[in-house]
Design a protein around this ligand. Structure first.
Ligand code: DC
Length: 229
């Protein structure tokens, strides 16, 4: 059966990666989390004092881009793909509130986006890929055979994220998460470079009121319609 590209875009913390991983597992496709790539660049900028709460040395970051090496490696013990910065596994660190609260600034930089989009297109060259992000169906793969746009009520997203981080033992309040989600929604939709918008030909899944199983069934129905129209 021929392989396709499945592009999943949508708001922060609405379960894009959960759905993308499930679809990839069902179809035996590769899954790529493009948010992790923006998070990795953010971690680099924070560590190298190019970015802080008050300052951003954007030209310095642009100069460093050739030295920032982001990649993924499959961890068979944990059955998941993990993000690397150079040789270092940064999967845990990029999910924390420090990176989450600075990543929008990095995602606005044209040169950062150009570099990451180029890598994403290279990875997708052979199809058989599920990729999630904000601009996958609009910019990275505008010809993707299937595009899904995901959304959920912002308070439901914040509660899910809060529960997830609490379970991991992160010391973070619900209000902090809610503020982070609403400000990232705003940043994602209002930035001038590749803002988050629904592609005209994307199907919409609002998972505010449905379970992960129901959501997967809906998505797989669209996959099979795409594979055998
Ligand atoms: O999906 P995520 O929350 O891990 O993404 C982190 C940030 O990166 C998010 O605030 C927006 C940005 N992003 C982006 O601008 N374009 C993408 N393709 C993926 C993520």
């Amino acid at each position: 059966m021929s392989k396709i590209i499945i592009a999943i875009d949508g708001y922060s913390s609405c379960g894009k990666s959960t759905l993308a991983k499930q679809i990839a597992r069902e179809l035996n496709y590769i899954y790529i989390d493009t948010g992790a790539m923006y998070r990795a660049v953010t971690l680099y900028a924070l560590r190298n004092k190019l970015l802080s709460d008050t300052e951003f040395n954007e030209p310095g970051l642009i100069d460093s881009l050739d030295r920032i090496n982001v990649s993924f490696s499959y961890n068979s013990e944990l059955n998941r793909s993990e993000t690397f910065l150079g040789n270092e596994n940064i999967e845990q660190e990029i999910r924390g509130i420090e990176v989450s609260s600075h990543v929008s600034r990095i995602a606005q930089v044209k040169e950062v986006r150009a570099k990451l989009v180029e890598i994403q297109r290279e990875i997708g060259g052979d199809k058989g890929l599920v990729m999630d992000g904000r601009d996958i169906g609009t910019v990275v793969f505008p010809n993707a055979e299937l595009k899904i746009f995901m959304t959920a009520h912002y308070k439901i997203r914040a509660q899910r994220r809060f529960d997830e981080l609490q379970a991991k033992g992160d010391d973070v309040s619900y209000e902090e998460i809610l503020n982070n989600i609403t400000s990232r929604d705003n940043d994602d939709t209002s930035r001038s470079e590749n803002p988050l918008i629904k592609a005209d030909d994307a199907i919409v899944i609002d998972n505010s009121e449905i379970t992960q199983d129901e959501q997967l069934k809906i998505a797989l129905r669209h996959v099979s319609n795409t594979l055998t129209p």
